[in-house]
Design a protein around this ligand. Structure first.
Ligand SMILES: Cc1cc2nc3c(=O)[nH]c(=O)nc-3n(C[C@H](O)[C@H](O)[C@H](O)COP(=O)(O)OP(=O)(O)OC[C@H]3O[C@@H](n4cnc5c(N)ncnc54)[C@H](O)[C@@H]3O)c2cc1C
Ligand code: SF4
Length: 474
């Protein structure tokens, strides 16, 4: 029988057709790869993992056939070990620091080994943690993404009652709505959420947390105000991630076919094919604006969904792209075209249907004076305007910060739109609120959100036990 949340995912999603980029290892392959590991004494791979998983230890257990023990080692450090195995950019984290790189040999495939162990345990329904003896304390967690899930799991083990409020219909945050399907499809994220939740906390989906006296912005079925959470719960964890796609304010941005990148990816991942947001038969040319990892994800997804010409437009040169080099190289190999040192000035209506986009108007960019960071600022070249045909456009120039929502909480300070937290505890300027994940770190990886959620949970536990926080309705 389909689980509560999995039943809400349409079976015919566009993402379902995208093959796993790194297929799972079978038992023989996993043991062979595990036996290559040197089990380094001062393993640099551990230091590169934000959750500090004892990597040589879990790999040694695979090599000796102790898969249960291996999964326990991983999940004890990081309860999101399954999704992290699939989505972590291991090339720049653990595997990037593996000593084999110095020997000019391929690093240990740590992500695939982690996936082997965690899936082995999931397939057998193995559980390693129990709900702690009830303390009577209650914690509200805003958002049901990786940060809140990690925090709620830790708090539940420590005996506290947790309720997650999620504005969307599906939990899992960007693991469910944003991560490229060839790394992880939505059902794997939902499988992980169900597994983590089984420890005994509640997720209320379709409930958006809002400043007092305001309406929601996520289109959720219902809302709940901060003051109500403060009455009902002793402590509150904010794990809301980042906001909607940033807008550029250019002419034609509202034409049909012009999408914010995250909104388009969410459709590809969570909607049925008929609602994917573009008419696949009509789209021959897609243009993606931006040079970061989200832009690279979209161009690769569109190529894999058989869009013929996919062009990435970035205002600087390839070496200055913020996206990971290995991802840029994959995109190039998959046939993505790069239109560098160019910037959009307008989205042009289609000649036959003025309600739809037909082209992107661009201007060439040259490097001008250095900015505060020392990087030379790109500036438009006069008379260089030109057009690229595009029946589909995705704008991947960043996500907004949730300043209106977060700025409404008394005492909570924001820095460039991020929640300012004490790095050692995740506590904010308001002593009853903690935060972690993208809304506090500005947008990193799933593994950072998992680490920060767990760190905050331990601090919340301490504060509730010493009586320094208490619900206002108590
Ligand atoms: C397109 C894209 C691809 C990515 N790919 C990768 C990848 O391959 N590997 C990787 O490690 N990281 C990746 N990341 C980054 C990673 O997804 C994030 O760092 C991580 O999900 C952050 O977790 P979080 O819990 O802080 O926030 P989120 O995952 O954003 O979850 C926040 C949740 O809070 C909910 N919410 C927001 N406001 C409210 C409210 N007022 N009330 C109730 N609920 C609310 C949201 O609906 C959401 O479900 C990617 C990010 C993007 C945008
Ligand atoms: S650095 Fe590489 S070889 Fe050494 S313990 Fe880590 S994975 Fe094994």
């Amino acid at each position: 029988m389909a689980s509560e949340f999995a039943a809400r995912l349409p079976a015919d999603r566009a993402e379902s057709g995208l093959a796993d980029l790194k297929p799972a290892l079978n038992e023989g392959q996993a043991r062979a790869e595990a036996s290559r590991c040197l089990y380094c004494f001062d393993a640099p791979c551990i230091g590169a993992c934000p959750t500090g998983i004892d990597i040589p230890e879990f790999i040694r257990k695979i090599a000796s056939g102790n898969y249960r023990g291996s999964a326990r080692t991983i999940l004890s450090a990081n309860i999101l070990g399954l999704s992290c195995a699939a989505v972590c950019p291991v090339e720049v984290l653990c595997a990037g620091d593996c000593v084999f790189n110095d020997k000019g040999e391929p690093p240990i495939q740590i992500g695939l080994l982690q996936r082997f162990s965690t899936e082995w345990a999931y397939d057998r329904g193995l559980r390693f943690f129990e709900k702690g003896a009830p303390t009577g304390h209650r914690v509200a967690l805003i958002g049901a993404g990786p940060a809140s899930l990690a925090a709620a799991h830790e708090l539940t083990v420590l005996g506290h009652e947790c309720v997650l409020f999620e504005g969307r219909a599906l939990p899992g945050g960007l693991n469910t709505t944003g991560v490229a399907p060839y790394k992880m499809r939505a059902e794997m994220s939902i499988r992980e959420v169900e597994y983590i939740k089984e420890i005994g906390f509640e997720i209320r989906t379709g409930v958006e947390v809002v400043p007092d006296g305001t309406a929601g912005t996520l289109g959720a079925a219902s809302t709940i105000a901060f003051s109500e959470l403060e009455r009902e719960f002793d402590a509150i964890f904010i794990g809301v991630g980042l906001g909607p796609d940033s807008r550029q304010g250019l002419p034609g941005e509202d034409l049909a076919g012009v999408w914010g990148a995250c909104a388009l990816i969410e459709r590809i991942k969570n909607s049925g094919r008929d609602e994917v947001g573009y008419d696949a038969a009509r789209v021959k040319n897609a243009v993606v604006i931006g040079g970061g990892n989200t832009a690279i994800d979209v161009v690769r997804e569109l190529r894999k969904l058989d869009v013929e010409n996919v062009t990435m437009v970035y205002r600087r040169g390839e070496h200055e792209m913020p996206g990971y080099d290995h991802e840029v190289a994959y995109a190039r190999r998959e046939g993505v075209q790069f239109h560098l040192r160019a910037n959009p000035t307008a989205y042009v209506p289609d000649a036959e249907d003025a309600s739809r986009v037909g082209a992107v108007r661009l201007v060439r960019m040259e490097l001008g004076e250095p900015d505060e960071s020392g990087r030379r600022r790109p500036k438009p070249v006069d008379g260089s305007e030109h057009e690229l045909p595009a029946q589909l456009v995705a704008i991947a120039t960043g996500q907004e910060k949730l300043e209106t929502l977060l700025g409404s909480i008394a005492g909570l300070e924001l820095h460039w739109g991020r929640v300012k937290v004490d790095a050692a505890s995740g506590r904010t300027g308001n002593p009853r609120y903690w935060s972690g994940g993208d809304c506090a770190n500005g947008g990193k990886e799933v593994v950072n959100a998992a680490a920060e959620g767990k760190l905050a949970a331990r601090s919340i536990d301490g504060a509730m036990r010493d009586g320094s926080v208490r619900r206002s309705g108590a």
